[in-house]
Design a protein around this ligand. Structure first.
Ligand SMILES: [Zn+2]
Length: 222
């Protein structure tokens, strides 16, 4: 049996709705996976009043985690390409114009924008292939690449088919992140798992991978 109750509480100045769900658990848990609400799975022996007291003690942390979990507001006026920021204007019809101080790119439709992004990605991959082709360990000449927007991963590798799939989102971030994901995925052509051997191989190809991997985890996929 479980009962649900929603209560709005003020955490560090911000009003946040909490959904309390009674569970048969030993401990209580907070969930941030639903936008706009914090779900609380309450332990068997905990009362709502105790839970609220606990929330009051943790309000700064809970507010921070709640904000971090919110989907990013969509700002259509900004377009980022490999870490560079452009102004995005909507022209006549479906035309998209991407401007910066050096000039502008006019893209005739949303469909063309998708093609433009694919081209940008493939161009970047060609550059990375050239940069890493003489790594001495992994053969790159027979790999096929493709890219799409994904919400759960930066890339994937099919070892047998020698296919690498990359998250198109990476074209909007600094090039170093795509470079890291590229190196990570090509290493999976040799080592399938994330063992010590895998990271030793990655380090031999991309020595400064640690800070990049850490920063990459902060980039939100959408
Ligand atoms: Zn991996």
């Amino acid at each position: 049996m479980s009962s649900t109750r929603v209560k709005t509480l003020t955490c560090d100045g911000l009003e946040i709705p909490f959904r309390f769900i009674k569970k048969n658990n030993k401990y209580s848990y907070f969930y941030f996976n639903e936008p706009g609400i914090i779900k609380v799975h309450m332990a068997k022996r905990t009362s709502i009043r105790q839970m609220i007291r606990h929330i009051e003690q943790q309000q700064t942390t809970l507010k921070k985690r709640f904000i971090d979990a919110q989907p990013l507001p969509k700002d259509d006026s900004i377009y980022r390409l490999f870490g560079k920021t452009y102004t995005r204007l909507n022209g006549e019809g479906d035309t998209v114009i991407i401007n910066d101080n050096d000039g502008s790119i006019t893209i005739p439709s949303d469909h063309a924008l998708k093609q433009f992004e694919q081209t940008q990605m493939m161009r970047a991959i060609t550059h990375l292939e050239e940069k890493y082709q003489n790594n001495g360990v992994i053969k790159l000449s027979d790999i096929t690449y493709n890219a799409s927007y994904m919400i759960s991963r930066y890339g994937s590798c099919h070892k047998q088919k020698r296919k690498i799939h990359l998250n198109l989102q990476l074209i909007h971030e600094d090039m170093i992140y795509l470079e890291y994901v590229f190196c990570h995925e090509i290493c999976h052509l040799k080592v399938a798992n994330h063992s010590k051997a895998f990271y030793a191989l990655l380090q031999s190809i991309f020595p400064e991978y640690k800070p990049v991997r850490k920063a990459l985890k902060k980039i939100r996929l959408r």
